[in-house]
Design a protein around this ligand. Structure first.
Ligand code: AP5
Length: 214
């Protein structure tokens, strides 16, 4: 099963992708996570993308398309994958279609997560991640059971993303509205677009997505 989770910054794509990964044994492919790992490693790709990400702009399509194509070819994607943060422009969506034909694969569902702008800013402002295992949390909506200790790995170090500040969030929302939102019509025309209420509680959003993907 191959899915696309589609929605604005803070919609909950990463949160839900991790849950679907555990439930179905398919792999989360987050282009944001891949780019942050590249930036942290100081690789050539990382140097090219770090400033763009921290300003809230989009990384050039060709870099992203090559990165995701190579990742889909890896063995752990054989059972299926969840695209989280890709495609993000119409050229990326068209390139994905060509790539899937070449690889004899297809997307089964595109799930759009609908949320209000206000909520996105609040969600992004309160987000933090375990530095040890990457588990995601929120100051109000998803606290660790024991304050300061990761539920998953017991780690006590947490990080906040460099692009999770008010100015950059505004740029990310602008990029989303101008360049990413039009993809919704692209998939609606193909008849594969389904939507869920991303404003619902995390468990309820998971339930709605599972109902769609079966
Ligand atoms: P990326 O990492 O993809 O960021 P994003 O799309 O802005 O999405 P986020 O990760 O911010 O949000 P999310 O929807 O995953 O929400 P989350 O589950 O964490 O991209 C970062 C940058 O990389 C881009 O700006 C760009 O520069 C570059 N990039 C990446 N892909 C690219 C591409 N394809 N092309 C070009 N450039 C690219 O949830 C947020 C918070 O809310 C969490 O704390 C969570 O606990 C909480 N939460 C989640 N769901 C709920 C809920 N239902 N109720 C209450 N709280 C909730």
């Amino acid at each position: 099963m191959n899915l696309i989770l589609f929605g604005p910054p803070g919609a909950g794509k990463g949160t839900q992708a991790k849950r679907l990964q555990d439930a179905y044994g398919i792999v989360q492919l987050s282009t944001g996570d891949m780019l942050r790992a590249a930036a942290a490693s100081g690789s050539e790709l990382g140097k090219q993308v770090k400033d763009i990400m921290e300003s809230g702009g989009l990384v050039p399509d060709d870099l992203i398309i090559n990165m995701i194509s190579a990742r889909i070819d890896e063995k752990d994607c054989e059972k299926g994958f969840i695209l989280d943060g890709f495609p993000r422009t119409t050229p990326q969506a068209e390139a994905l279609d060509r790539m899937l034909i070449e690889k004899s694969l297809k997307i089964d569902n595109v799930v759009e997560m609908k949320v209000d702008d206000e909520a996105m800013v609040e969600r992004i402002g309160g987000r933090f991640t375990c530095a040890g295992c990457g588990a995601g949390y929120h100051d109000s909506f998803q606290k660790p059971q024991k304050t300061g200790v990761c539920d998953t790995c017991g780690g006590t170090e947490f990080t906040r993303r460099a692009d999770d500040n008010a100015d950059t969030v505004r740029s990310r929302l602008k990029a989303y509205n101008e360049q990413t939102a039009p993809i919704s019509a692209y998939y609606a025309e193909k008849g594969v677009l389904k939507s869920v209420d991303g404003m619902a509680a995390i468990d309820e959003v998971t339930r709605q997505i599972k109902k769609i993907v079966g």
